[in-house]
Design a protein around this ligand. Structure first.
Ligand SMILES: Nc1nc2c(ncn2[C@@H]2O[C@H](COP(=O)(O)OP(=O)(O)OP(=O)(O)O)[C@@H](O)[C@H]2O)c(=O)[nH]1
Ligand SMILES: [Mg+2]
Length: 309
């Protein structure tokens, strides 16, 4: 990883800036949207609910504004300590940002999960914009679907924006509306920075993403990645990472027949990490059994999941 010296310029008088929290149920497309808005892959995404586990910032800077997006874990009913930490952090984000973008999946009707979040948001003083995502998947009766969301917020003064995080349709308008709703302010980060996270963290996430994409059922939720060592030489970056699972049977599934699964996960994660650091990567993965890590405060903290104060 190269040490880059970033400088923070002085913002002109009418420069807008601020923090926008992306809040919503799991799997509605919050992380996909953040990547689309920032123009780079800073957050991992997958069809598995509860993909995002950490609060993660993506930074968009233009000559007129700087928006710091705060991606959060989907708000859901937690079943274990990991889930409780994730939901607590998402709720904390609600009160620590300047503006909330409440994202819903407008390819299907609203439900109890959305209602629950709306109640949380109504209790907070932070202004809210409702974002109807996945418009590329809307069926013919989309008007009824939209109404099912609008009904839930008819007592509010929230603006509504429609877009698709995957095709990018509507996201430029979204950017403009978000910027209009921010106050004038400074550059919080250097203009060319796209995330607040170190490369080490994103590397671990890119490995976890491949596991989410290649495994099923309980495996995606039972995995935590720890980067044990990074060795840099002028020609290649060597990354050694542990894939922590809860049970021996899960270890077997991840390794696969004659190591085939781990090989595939490793090969695809390696390509993703190469893109991230724009250089050659050697990736070594080993699988460790850490019984009940999701219930253990100590292990959760060790793997980077703690309640943020
Ligand atoms: N067709 C379509 N798919 C989308 C869109 N936005 C997101 N997706 C897909 O929806 C799935 C979930 O996306 P994520 O970005 O991981 O969702 P998330 O809200 O961050 O989920 P959690 O981190 O689990 O809370 C992925 O398979 C995305 O490719 C969209 O606008 N259109
Ligand atoms: Mg996410």
């Amino acid at each position: 990883m190269t040490e880059t010296q970033f400088t923070i310029p002085i913002a002109p008088d009418n420069f807008k800036s601020g923090f926008v929290g992306i809040i919503g149920r799991p799997n509605v497309g919050k992380s996909t949207l953040m990547n689309q808005l920032v123009g780079e892959k800073v957050a991992i995404t997958s069809p598995v609910a509860q993909t995002t586990r950490n609060r993660l910032q993506g930074i968009l800077t233009t000559p007129e504004f700087q928006i710091i997006f705060v991606d959060t874990p989907g708000i859901h009913k937690p079943h274990h300590e990991l889930g409780r930490v994730l939901v607590k952090n998402a709720k904390l984000a609600i009160n620590s940002v300047d503006l909330i973008l409440f994202v819903v999946d407008s390819s299907t009707f609203s439900g109890g999960g959305d209602r629950f979040i709306i109640e949380l948001l109504k209790d907070s003083k932070t202004p809210v914009i409702l974002g109807l995502n996945k418009i590329d998947l809307q069926p013919e009766n989309y008007q009824e679907i939209d109404d099912s969301y609008l009904e839930l917020i008819d007592q509010t003064n929230w603006s509504v924006v429609k877009f698709s995080a995957t095709t990018g349709e509507g996201t430029e308008t979204l950017q403009k509306i978000l910027a209009e709703n921010l106050e004038t302010g400074p550059y919080y980060y250097p203009p060319d920075l796209v995330t607040d996270q170190p490369e080490r963290f994103i590397m671990a996430e890119l490995i976890r993403e491949q596991i989410l994409l290649h495994t099923r059922q309980e495996i995606p939720h039972s995995v935590a990645i720890s980067i044990e060592k990074i060795e840099e030489t002028p020609k290649i970056t060597k990354v050694f990472a542990a894939v922590n699972v809860e049970r021996k049977s899960q270890k077997g599934i991840i390794i696969g027949n004659k190591g085939s699964m781990l090989k595939q996960i490793g090969s695809e994660a390696r390509q993703q990490i190469q893109k991230l650091i724009a250089g050659k990567v050697y990736l070594e993965l080993f699988v460790k059994v850490e019984p009940k890590w999701r219930q253990s405060r100590l292990r959760l903290a060790e793997f980077g999941y703690r309640v943020e104060e």
